[in-house]
Each structure stands twice: as structure tokens, then as C-alpha cells.
Write a protein of this length. Structure first.
Length: 423
């Protein structure tokens, strides 16, 4: 019986990435690289990546956020506060394509690891800096996080109800947006380097500006109208999910045929045939004529039955799913969205790492499907320093140097150096 063919290499196979960042934005940027085939090493302090301290924690002290963001990577534990650690990082950087960092502006310069210094020893290096406010400007030295980015960017000003405090975006939203944008910018820089011979470059990502740029529809509206976009007084079917018999349901009525077909499904033929209400501007200006009746009609439906009836008529709509419902969703199951850390879908045999981390045996899957070089989740999140010896061997770091750095606490490894240590 012939052996099964190995899975295709990812689109970024052969790209080497070092991630020395300490934020979710940086971790998500490098996770995107890893998912699409790059070899990613996360360089974390001996105490571990800060994400490992985030709540919620499992009974054995593992952070769910870290398990998610650090998956698909190998861990090298290195103390960058110590000069020997920084010297080692300089040596490692010469062998990689991308360096991802999130230190406050000026930190790397003080360590002799700023972009200009690194470019002198490795001109093709792409450095990605993800910080709350960017490398320069009035706010550059100020700390920040996803919460402050959603507040400062304007997003919080339109979230929530009028008369109530503004609401932030969902947890880590600013980090995820920044990480994805940083990943895309880095891939663009790698493409330019390969296509036209452009040397590496420094990519400056301001999480504040990322969120402000995604706020642009509302920001542009404010410029044209001269008024801040108002928040809703109350939630109704025109603005978001509303109650149904077994939860909440979102219904889109942006087009005339959406409105007509939905009204007929809900048993409101007089509203469906009202020619004035078929006009979007009129519906929005005269909610009192129809919104309450629609809410009452929807209240008698279950989410799935209403979704099925509207789907047949191609009306854009969707039930609000709880997390367990999302995990068991037939559509996501059919597309193999939930995956195990060995890259197998839900029906595949669990790998040894899945057995060890059974509660994390399924992760969210591919955000994009490439037919020839697919997204893959190959590794669970590493333990701190799990791959230190392995990685330094691949980087050809001398065994004596590795032993000395471990003995002095600059390096940490789960595996003590032995006859199989790097030479």
C-alpha cells in the first residue's frame, strides 16, 4: 500500500519569521504568517509571553487567549533585557525574513536593535512594528491597548444607545484588525523584495490609526454633514438583532424585495404591498407605521424556521448564535472550519498533542481557502521555551554558547542541553 502524499506546503513556505512582540496584535500577525506556511518562532521572556497571563485560565493555568494566538509557532525563550540575549537576537535576525515587534518606540534603539542597525547587518529584513500610536507623532510615547484604540478612534462614540455610556468594540478587535493589516503589509513588502529587488523595509503600524481608518464611513459622513453620527435611541429591526421565540434574530431590509418578501413570510401582506413603505427612505422615516408589527410577528418564530423561510427567498438574515451553537453549526462543519492542531478536520484522528490538550483539540479554522496551498493549523500553542534547543540548532548557534546562556538564565528551555544539543 502506497504512503499517503504529504500535505501541500503553505503559500509562505520558506519564509522565516521571528516574533519578539508582546501584544495580541503582534501575536496575531505572526499567527497569520504561520497559518499560511511560514516558519514562525515566538521569542518570549523566560517568564513567558504576556498573553499567557490573560484570563480566562484553565485549571492547569493555561490562558485561552495564548492557546489561540500562539498556536502554529515554536517557542524560543530568551531574555532580551540582558545584553547577551540581545547579541543572540542580532545573530538570529540575520537568518530570517521578517521580525515582528511591539516595543515602545525607542526601546529597540536603546538596545542596539533598531531598524537602521538591523538593516546594516541584514538589508533584506522586513521589520514590522505594531504599537498603540506608531513610531512618531504626539502620542508615540503613550501606552495604549485595544480599548483605548476603540475609544480614541471614534468607534466607541457610535456604539451603544443614546443617553448611555459609549461602548468599546469587542475584545481584541483592535488587535486583530492591526495584526491582519500588519500581516498584509509585510507580505506586500516581501513580494516587492522578491519581484523588483527592493531591499527590506520598516513597516510602522499604529493601532490607533488602523481603527480610525476602519471608522472611515462614519468619519466621512460627519465631514459631509457637519454632525457626529447619532447613536440609536432604541434597538429595532432596522438597527440590529431583535427578540424571537428562542433568542435573537438579525433581518436586513435594505432592498425593496427584501422588505416585501420578509413581510409576506411574517404574515403581513398589507405592509408588503404598501408602495410607500417599499421605499427605504420612507421606511426609515416612518418606523411607527411598521416596526412594532414586525417585532410582534417575529416574536412567534424560532430562529431556524425564520432563517430557513427567508433563505429560500434569498432575504439576507441570520440568527444570533451562542458559542456552542456556532461550534455545532452544520454549515461550518460541512466546510471543515473547526480543525485540530494537526491540521485534520473534526472527523480526523486526534494527534498526540490533541490528546494532551484535549480541551483545545478544535480551533477556529481557515479565514481564507487557497486551493493549491491551503491554510493549515499544524501545532498547538507551545510551552515556554519548548523549542529553544531545537531552534538554536537550526540557527547553527554553538553548543558551548547555548550552554552558557542557559546557565546564566538568558535562555530557558524545557529540554536540558545534551549530546543532541546544537553544535
Amino acid at each position: 500500500m502506497s504512503e499517503a502524499a504529504p500535505p501541500p506546503a503553505g503559500a509562505l513556505h520558506g519564509i522565516q519569521v521571528l516574533d519578539v512582540s508582546t501584544s495580541m496584535a503582534g501575536a496575531w500577525c505572526s499567527r497569520m504568517f504561520a497559518d499560511f506556511g511560514a516558519d514562525v518562532s515566538v521569542v518570549e521572556a523566560p517568564s513567558g509571553h504576556p498573553l499567557r497571563e490573560r484570563e480566562p485560565q484553565t485549571e492547569d493555568g493555561r490562558s485561552v487567549a495564548a492557546e489561540h494566538a500562539l498556536a502554529n509557532k515554536r517557542s524560543l525563550s530568551l531574555d532580551l533585557e540582558a545584553e547577551p540575549g540581545r547579541e543572540l537576537l542580532r545573530d538570529l535576525v540575520t537568518q530570517v525574513d521578517v521580525l515582528i515587534e511591539s516595543f515602545a518606540p525607542g526601546t529597540l534603539e536603546g538596545w542596539g536593535l533598531d531598524y537602521e542597525t538591523l538593516r546594516a547587518i541584514h538589508p533584506e529584513l522586513v521589520v514590522v512594528s505594531l504599537t498603540p500610536h506608531g513610531q512618531d507623532g504626539a502620542y508615540a510615547s503613550l501606552p495604549g491597548n485595544s480599548l483605548t484604540a476603540s475609544a480614541r478612534s471614534g468607534w466607541a462614540s457610535i456604539n451603544g444607545f443614546a443617553g448611555q455610556p459609549p461602548l468599546q468594540t469587542s475584545q481584541y478587535q483592535g488587535d486583530y484588525c492591526s495584526g491582519v493589516l500588519a500581516y498584509g503589509a509585510a507580505v506586500a513588502a516581501l513580494h516587492e523584495r522578491a519581484d523588483v529587488g527592493q531591499p527590506g523595509q520598516h513597516i510602522d503600524i499604529s493601532e490607533f490609526e488602523v481603527m480610525a481608518s476602519t471608522f472611515s464611513p462614519a468619519a466621512l459622513r460627519a465631514q459631509y454633514s457637519g454632525e457626529n453620527p447619532p447613536r440609536k435611541e432604541t434597538m429595532d429591526v432596522t438597527a440590529g438583532p431583535v427578540p424571537v421565540a428562542d433568542g435573537h434574530f438579525a433581518l436586513t431590509l435594505s432592498r425593496a424585495h427584501f422588505y416585501r418578501d420578509a413581510m409576506n413570510v411574517l404574515g403581513l401582506p398589507d405592509l408588503a404591498e404598501d408602495e410607500q413603505l417599499q421605499e427605504g427612505w420612507y421606511r426609515n422615516s416612518h418606523r411607527e407605521l411598521w416596526v412594532d408589527r414586525v417585532h410582534d410577528a417575529m416574536a412567534g418564530w424560532s430562529r431556524q424556521d425564520l432563517f430557513d423561510e427567508l433563505g429560500v427567498r434569498r432575504v439576507v438574515a441570520g440568527p444570533v448564535l451562542a458559542m456552542e451553537e456556532l461550534r455545532e453549526n452544520d454549515h461550518l462543519r460541512d466546510r471543515g472550519f473547526w480543525v485540530r492542531p494537526d491540521g485534520h478536520s473534526h472527523d480526523g484522528e486526534p494527534a498526540e498533542s490533541d490528546i494532551e490538550h484535549s480541551e483545545y483539540s478544535e480551533y477556529t479554522g481557515a479565514p481564507a481557502k487557497l486551493s493549491a496551498s491551503p491554510w493549515r493549523l499544524q501545532r498547538r500553542a507551545p510551552r515556554v521555551g519548548e523549542h529553544t534547543i531545537e531552534l538554536l540548532g537550526e540557527y547553527d548557534i554553538e553548543e558551548e554558547r547555548v550552554r552558557h546562556l542557559i546557565e546564566t538564565g538568558v535562555l530557558a528551555s524545557e529540554v536540558a542541553p545534551s549530546a543532541g544539543a546544537p553544535r
